[in-house]
Structures are given as structure tokens and as C-alpha cells.
Write a protein that binds this ligand. Structure first.
Ligand SMILES: [Zn+2]
Length: 45
């Protein structure tokens, strides 16, 4: 684990918005809906 992710980066796609498929190609990240951000705490204060 040498990469340092920011708190807002999606842990699945590492902020790219898509994930690499084992069979080849890429797919829109299902976790962040392609935004690349972790929207777990996305409410305004
Ligand atoms: Zn993602």
C-alpha cells in the first residue's frame, strides 16, 4: 500500500471514475457513479 488516497477519492476506482475489468476494458465505477469521489458524506453543512 504505497498509494495515498485523499478522503474524497473513491476507494474502488481511486478517483478515476472507472475500474479496470479483469477481462479487459473498463467500466464506470458502480460505487461513485463515475464521479471518482466518495459521496458517502456529501451533505452540505
Ligand atoms: Zn469510484
Amino acid at each position: 500500500m504505497t498509494k495515498t488516497l485523499t478522503m474524497n477519492d473513491c476507494p474502488y476506482c481511486e478517483g478515476h471514475g472507472y475500474v479496470q475489468l479483469l477481462l479487459g476494458g473498463s467500466e464506470t465505477c458502480y460505487s461513485c457513479q463515475g464521479t471518482g469521489s466518495d459521496h458517502e458524506e456529501d451533505d452540505d453543512h
